[in-house]
Design a protein around this ligand. Sequence first.
Ligand SMILES: Cc1cc2nc3c(=O)[nH]c(=O)nc-3n(C[C@H](O)[C@H](O)[C@H](O)COP(=O)(O)OP(=O)(O)OC[C@H]3O[C@@H](n4cnc5c(N)ncnc54)[C@H](O)[C@@H]3O)c2cc1C
Length: 351
Amino acid sequence: MVDYLIVGSGLAGISFAEVALLNNKSIMVIDDNSQSSSKIAGGLYNPVILKRFSEVWKAKEQLEIMRSFYETVESKLKSQFDYKKPILRKFFSIEEQNNWFTASDKPSLSPFLSLSLVTKKYEGIDSPFNYGEVLHTGYVDTASLLQSYKEYLLHLECFREETFDYSKITFGDDCIQYKGKEFRNIIFAEGFGIHSNPYFNHLPLDGTKGELFIIKAPMLKLDVIINTSVFILPLGDDLFKVGATYNWKDKNDVPTEEGKVELVDRIKEIINCEFEIVEHFAGVRPTVKDRRPLIGTHSEFTQIHLLNGLGTRGVMLGPAMAKALFEKIEYQVPLDKEIDINRIKPKHYIR
Ligand SMILES: Cc1cc2nc3c(=O)[nH]c(=O)nc-3n(C[C@H](O)[C@H](O)[C@H](O)COP(=O)(O)OP(=O)(O)OC[C@H]3O[C@@H](n4cnc5c(N)ncnc54)[C@H](O)[C@@H]3O)c2cc1C
């Protein structure tokens, strides 16, 4: 009998796969490429919500777990995925500068917001009001991480490319059968694909579409990440990842003209040199109204679990949420009430 059948190999699914393997559990992972959020993500991690100047929920804890998670995966797969890089907030006025210094006085933010102004001039950007630097930041190359992890799982013979068929589950006494095989548990990690899942599609995961570009800008000389209304992330060879938009109406992975216009306008607010759009991507983030992940076990079928709702921060949240769910299943460690699917009021339960 296999310990875990994992549906989805985005950031959530591979995080759980890795925690399970590290704990000597057997796994099988299924994915059908129907969602692309993790693959196309900016991959940034940043412990501060710059728009509201507040600390990301449990940022220190998440950073610690993610550091050791990506380090372990890097050494196992012999590739680099986690690139530690400063994130700079470009100021557009003295008032914005002042707001930064007020925020950096808050005890929760002082470990993360540098008190020194960054006055360096980057070619291709006018910055009369300079920058503030967020500390403990960087990005994970999610596309290459997911590809390498999939190859690793294929090598272990525990990955299958197929669509999960929910009608093919049957429940035994202490196992689940799926297409002739026995599993102890199923972890559903389908991101926005949760809407096809009859066990969990009553949960309030709305999804927020995001679009981003890869641009080529030979005159832009930048070795740090700039994050204002959009982020600009240097990839080398004059290429930059730029994103992202937030659209609450569209729920598909198709890049749009509207998204393109918005991103071009935003880029022009930050840089003053020419650029060419090389690629244009879109994906749907698995966002939840109360901005907390959806983690837990089905109320009726106790071998069925959910790892979803990573929202806009899958890179930081994935490893921490996978660990929390694993410890809940294996050692009955209670989940934090804020992430537990039991927090969702019964009126949502229509099953
Ligand atoms: C434009 C954009 C920019 C972003 N930037 C960042 C960023 O900078 N930093 C950050 O931390 N986060 C970012 N995010 C958010 C991040 O991508 C998400 O938090 C994360 O990808 C969610 O991961 P997931 O594994 O839950 O979902 P997904 O990545 O959607 O993965 C779900 C997987 O399940 C598979 N699946 C679904 N249904 C089935 C089925 N029935 N059968 C088989 N397989 C199935 C899908 O094919 C998919 O591979 C961004 C997202 C977008 C769209």
